[in-house]
Ligand binder design. Structure first.
Ligand code: RBF
Length: 154
C-alpha cells in the first residue's frame, strides 16, 4: 500500500453549506496530501454551493484530465424534511457516476449526520477527520491505479 503523492495532482470539491465544518474536513484533507509529498500548487480546491452541486464540480475537474484523483467534501445534516435523503442520495450517486464515467478515483468525504455534534466529531473531533480519510483513500487509489497501469504496459 503506497500513499506517496509526490508529483501527483489532486482536486478537491468542497461545499460551502455548513462551511465551518466543511473547512475542517478541507484542512484535514489538505494536510494529509501535503504530508504525503503532494506540492501545494498541485492541490486545486473548488467551492460549490452545497452537496447537491458536488458532482457537477467534480465532473468539471475530471474533464480537465489534470488529476490523479478527486476528493469530495461536504456536510449534510438531517433536517425535518425529505431534503436530506434526496440530496444525500443524489450527491453520492453523482459522485460514483463521475468516477465511473471519467475513470478516475473520486473519494467520498461527505458527512451525512443526524446532528451537528455528530458532524463536528467527524471533522477533526473525537471520531477523527473524514476529510483526512478521504484524502488518504485518494492517495492510495492514485498510486494503485498507476501501479496497475504500469503492469499492463509492461
Ligand atoms: N447542502 C448541504 O451541503 N448540506 C445540507 O445539509 C443541505 N441542506 C439543505 C436543506 C434544504 C431544505 C435545501 C433546499 C438545500 C440544502 N442544501 C444542503 C443545499 C443543496 O445542496 C443545494 O446547494 C441547494 O439546494 C441549491 O441547489
Amino acid at each position: 500500500l503506497s500513499l506517496d503523492g509526490t508529483g501527483r495532482r489532486f482536486g478537491i470539491v468542497a461545499a460551502r453549506f455548513h462551511g465551518a465544518v466543511v473547512d475542517r474536513l478541507l484542512a484535514g484533507a489538505e494536510s494529509a496530501l501535503l504530508a504525503h509529498g503532494v506540492a501545494a500548487a498541485d492541490i486545486e480546491v473548488v467551492r460549490v454551493p452545497g452537496a447537491w452541486e458536488i458532482p457537477a464540480g467534480l465532473d468539471a475537474l475530471a474533464r480537465s484530465g489534470r488529476f490523479s484523483a478527486l476528493i469530495a467534501l461536504g456536510v449534510l445534516i438531517r433536517g425535518g424534511t425529505l431534503h436530506f435523503e434526496v440530496i444525500a442520495n443524489e450527491c453520492s450517486r453523482g459522485i460514483a457516476e463521475v468516477s465511473r464515467r471519467r475513470e478516475l478515483p473520486v473519494t467520498f468525504g461527505v458527512l451525512t449526520c443526524e446532528t451537528m455534534a455528530q458532524a463536528v466529531a467527524r471533522a477533526g473531533g473525537e471520531e477523527g477527520n473524514k476529510g483526512e480519510e478521504a484524502a488518504l483513500a485518494a492517495l492510495e487509489m492514485a498510486s494503485l491505479l498507476d501501479r496497475l497501469r504500469q503492469h499492463r504496459a509492461s
